[in-house]
Design a protein around this ligand. Structure first.
Ligand SMILES: NC(=O)c1ccc[n+]([C@@H]2O[C@H](COP(=O)([O-])OP(=O)(O)OC[C@H]3O[C@@H](n4cnc5c(N)ncnc54)[C@H](OP(=O)(O)O)[C@@H]3O)[C@@H](O)[C@H]2O)c1
Length: 275
């Protein structure tokens, strides 16, 4: 019998952090939540909490070590932490001036480089799981900024874009590893030498959109995210790394729809906030 799957949820806040994990718990996963405001230890609901600050990327190895010791090897990793401050839309690069550049470095760490360190640790953890383990997926909660240049979100967008590049890269680089392991490389389900199914490593930049392909911002739906993330976790082959989805209809490919309009728009809804 295979071991109970483990969801490691990095950056658990009041929104997605309370809505995605119960969907995995219901599906039989052990749950680990990580954030700055949590204290280490098991909770009454069986979840394990870890305190960590992702503005320092070196926090990640310790988190993985604790989780392996206390709960088990993560089979699914979600990176959901977010930190940003809006830039001045009239002069976005002012955020990189000496007096404010430290916030840029923090935003790039929390939203961009720390999740990439988590990708490396996830790969190492997934490789140590039995080949037939379901999951082995890292899902980064993204948004439209890897595509669009909102004038007041320069720093945030740089970080999301860096992470999107790494996720896309991993989805290609580790697909090859699957080929090497498999004896029937062109078969959808990769089989090992004993004919057992090999589940490969998967990497996703997940981004909920409106039905017209625009960002959902504050209307992001945690239940829809949980259902989509669980679907990704339970699929044995890599689906599109840029996993854009809508609340009601799941994955949808919006291509390059209307992004230039966003670049030059000053509409209030794009300047007021939201992630
Ligand atoms: N597709 C879209 O249009 C769209 C719309 C909205 C949001 N999003 C994305 O959804 C994701 C999460 O949104 P959410 O609403 O779930 O946010 P949330 O409720 O605020 O959860 C994020 C949590 O991350 C934790 N965090 C922040 N900085 C951290 C740090 N330095 N170290 C460790 N943990 C940290 C915070 O908890 P602590 O303060 O306790 O550390 C925070 O509560 C973001 O990536 C955002 O970009 C996408």
């Amino acid at each position: 019998m295979s071991a109970q799957p483990v969801l490691l949820f990095l950056g658990a806040g009041p929104k997605l952090g309370t809505q995605i994990p119960p969907i995995f718990a219901e599906a039989g996963y052990k749950i680990v939540l990580v954030a700055r405001s949590l204290q280490d230890g098991f909770q009454d609901n069986g979840y394990y909490h870890v305190k960590a600050d992702f503005s320092d990327p070196t926090s990640i190895p310790e988190v993985f070590d604790k989780v392996k010791q206390k709960v088990g090897i993560p089979t699914v990793v979600v990176y959901n932490a977010v930190q940003y401050k809006l830039d001045d839309p009239a002069d976005p690069f002012a955020s990189l001036a000496p007096e404010s550049v430290s916030q840029f470095h923090t935003a790039v760490a929390v939203n961009g480089t720390t999740p990439l360190i988590a990708v490396q640790h996830a790969i190492s953890a997934f490789r140590s799981l039995p080949p037939t383990t379901t999951g082995k997926a890292l899902i980064f909660t993204g948004n439209i900024l890897n595509h669009s240049q909102f004038k007041n979100r320069l720093c945030f967008g740089i970080a999301k874009t860096a992470c999107a590049y790494g996720i896309r890269f991993a989805s290609v680089a580790y697909a090859k590893e699957r080929f090497r392991q498999a004896i029937y490389p062109y078969h959808l389900h990769f089989l090992d030498v004993h004919g057992k199914r090999q589940n490969g490593l998967q990497f996703y930049y997940a981004d909920e959109r409106t039905t017209s392909g625009m960002p959902v911002m504050r209307d992001i739906d945690g239940t829809a995210a949980g259902q989509e993330y669980l679907k990704l976790a339970e699929t044995s082959e890599q689906l599109p790394w840029l996993y854009t989805y809508t609340q009601d209809s799941g994955y949808a490919d919006f291509g390059e729809i209307d992004y230039l309009k966003t670049v030059y728009s000053d509409e209030p809804e794009h300047l007021k906030g939201g992630r």
